[in-house]
Design a protein around this ligand. Structure first.
Ligand code: SF4
Length: 458
């Protein structure tokens, strides 16, 4: 039986057993060894796919290595985002300040790479020594004539969500620069789609087939110039709502652009996402094309999925992801594969997100906020999950527990969004769940002898 840290008790909920609102959005409990990333990492992952900008980490080299080439985000052109630049702050700068080093690094990099913009990420140590990063950025911006933006993402100053917000502020600063390039009256921006394994290209192709123009994708395969005209699109479509709802609200206030929240994962949510955009434009031709597109994709996909479903019926899954919107889609996608979700949690869910998870999951499901490896391991064993769906930090937990793993996070190299993404997801889940290697797992053998007694919170 698992004892949950006292300060975390209300962040873990078992449907059918507990009856309270899940606590969330608070700082991680000290000593809990949270799965969450820091503020800096939050901002870095959102801005990372802007491929023609310099990304300079102002801090010790460890911060840069922590986020180096962290995503599978692809670019159709420049690849500056793949290089991790750092000011490599050392003892001397901690004592005398790092502004001079930052200034020289920025000038050198801009002269060498000729980027469209530069982002300077403030890390913990910069917040502590008090460098005036804004002043340095402003000076270089004036001297070199490109946007040089300080991203205030000092790691200690909040949760990963504060990093998303810092990234949104930085993107917002690039907007409003282009008011001449023609923009269609059926145009959208995609917010929170990061082109992992080329997913932005898949989604953009659906919109193209519907007759919709994508003015800017924030930030998948991102370009500074495109962001400069994003303020003239007619609708914002928010895919990763945890990271980009703040920007969508800001654009609504400043530019009057309405927004909708969508998910591109799973057949149900992918179809809904396309129909919601079509409905927004009230255009018969767009709606007709959308119906055609969804019909042809779904009819092609379902027989393929049925092949995998046969071996997956009744299998159990645990989900632990960054944002809850992805978790919603995963619960539904797993159901389509005949599987049951027994554990589901996120790093950054809101009270409304957790209420919705309570609605769509079955009795006995554990729902958790800002979890840690020990909790996740125990939940997996108690609920006898066959697969864990998560990111790079969850992978070792799955393998130590001797169960399958599906990478559904930044690092993946297989597209899981869109209709073809659903097929890839089914293939991957099938391969990892049915591999015979798990029958040799000591943890699994032990798990079968465990008396499941529920989740103790004593
Ligand atoms: S910003 Fe702070 S918490 Fe984040 S990686 Fe750097 S030192 Fe660690």
């Amino acid at each position: 039986m698992l004892k949950i840290l006292e300060d975390r008790q209300l962040q873990v909920f078992e449907k059918g057993v507990d009856d309270y609102a899940i606590e969330c959005g608070k700082a991680s409990v000290a000593g809990s060894v949270s799965q969450r990333a820091c503020v800096f990492c939050g901002s870095r992952v959102v801005l990372y796919p802007v491929a023609d900008a310099i990304h300079l980490v102002h801090g010790p080299i460890g911060c840069a290595s922590y986020t180096w080439d962290i995503r599978g985000s692809l670019s159709s052109g420049p690849e500056l985002h793949r290089i991790s630049f750092s000011t490599d702050i050392q003892e001397r700068e901690v004592i005398y300040g790092g502004e001079k080093k930052l200034y020289s690094a920025l000038c050198e990099l801009i002269d060498l790479y000729n980027p469209a913009a530069a982002f300077v990420y403030c890390t913990c140590i910069i917040g502590l020594i008090g460098d005036d990063v804004d002043a340095v950025c402003l000076r270089v911006e004036k001297e070199r004539g490109i946007p040089v933006i300080a991203v205030h993402s000092e790691g200690f100053k909040g949760t990963k969500k504060d990093g998303y917000r810092a990234a949104c502020e930085a993107i917002f600063r690039l907007m409003g620069k282009d008011s001449t390039t023609p923009v269609s009256s059926f145009s959208i921006n995609i917010l929170g789609e990061f082109n992992l394994a080329g997913e932005t290209w898949i989604i953009k192709d659906y919109y193209r087939r519907m007759g919709i123009e994508v003015t800017a994708c924030l930030t998948g395969d991102g370009r500074v110039e495109e962001i400069g005209r994003a303020h003239r699109a007619k609708l914002n479509v928010v895919q990763c709502s945890g990271s980009m709802t703040y920007l969508a609200k800001k654009m609504q206030e400043e530019f009057g652009i309405p927004f909708i929240r969508v998910s591109y994962f799973g057949i149900e949510d992918m179809s809904r996402a396309l129909y919601d955009v079509a409905e927004f434009f009230h255009d018969c031709e767009i709606m007709r094309r959308t119906q055609e597109l969804v019909k042809s994709e779904v009819s092609r996909l379902l027989p393929e999925i049925d092949k995998y479903k046969k071996n997956l019926l009744g299998r159990k899954a645990a989900i632990y992801v960054g944002g809850s919107f992805k978790a919603f889609s995963l619960v539904k996608a797993l159901r389509l594969l005949g599987m049951e979700t027994v554990v589901v949690g996120s790093q950054t869910g809101s009270p409304e997100d957790y209420d919705y998870l309570k609605e769509i999951t079955k009795e006995g499901t554990i729902i958790c906020d800002d979890s840690n490896p020990l909790e996740l391991s125990k939940f997996i064993l108690e609920k006898e999950a066959d697969v864990l769906i998560g990111g790079v930090k969850e992978r070792p937990i799955a393998f130590k527990m001797g169960i399958g793993f599906c990478d559904h996070n930044h690092e993946r190299k297989i597209a899981l969004a869109g209709f073809e993404g659903m097929l890839n997801f089914a293939k991957e889940i099938h391969a990892t769940v049915t591999t015979p290697v798990w029958k040799f797992s000591p943890a699994r053998k032990k798990a079968t002898n465990i008396q499941v007694q529920g989740t103790s919170k004593d």
